[in-house]
Design a protein around this ligand. Structure first.
Ligand SMILES: [Zn+2]
Length: 134
């Protein structure tokens, strides 16, 4: 489950920072590598901070793993990825670089974008893996 950040009620309680650790099932359709699927839920570890202008910064990492056939030799391959992620949510509208929110920050769109960005273009087995760790 992807939690929301209920900014209005956090502000009422004078809570301005916090952490969120959760797992969720990614949408399979964002994965575009043949014979490959997610082999675990996505794990997110995020820290948020609500600023004086009510913008909300979210920073942290997402971890996910892929399993399937090596894109080069078709042998079974499985690999775990961790990506640093960061976003700013502004109310009521984002400016294109940032996301918009009204009272409650919804992380779904940000996490979908972050995961899309983090996905490799191919999956390689241990024998075919690039030295740069792609
Ligand atoms: Zn291979």
């Amino acid at each position: 489950m992807i939690p929301d950040i209920d900014v209005r009620s956090l502000l009422a309680k004078k809570i301005y920072v916090g952490t969120l650790v959760f797992e969720y099932e990614p949408e399979e359709d964002i994965l575009d590598i043949p014979y490959t699927k997610f082999s675990s839920p996505v794990k997110a570890e995020l820290r948020y901070e609500i600023f004086e202008d009510n913008s909300v910064e979210v920073k942290g990492s997402i971890t996910f793993s892929l399993k399937g056939a090596c894109s080069r030799c078709l042998e079974p391959a499985e690999k775990c990825y961790t990506e640093e992620v960061e976003a700013l949510f502004e109310t009521p509208e984002g400016d294109g670089e940032t996301y918009g929110y009204q009272h409650v920050v919804k992380l779904n769109e940000f996490l979908r974008d972050a995961l899309l960005f983090a996905l490799p273009s191919r999956l390689l087995c241990g024998n075919c893996g690039d030295p740069d760790g792609e």
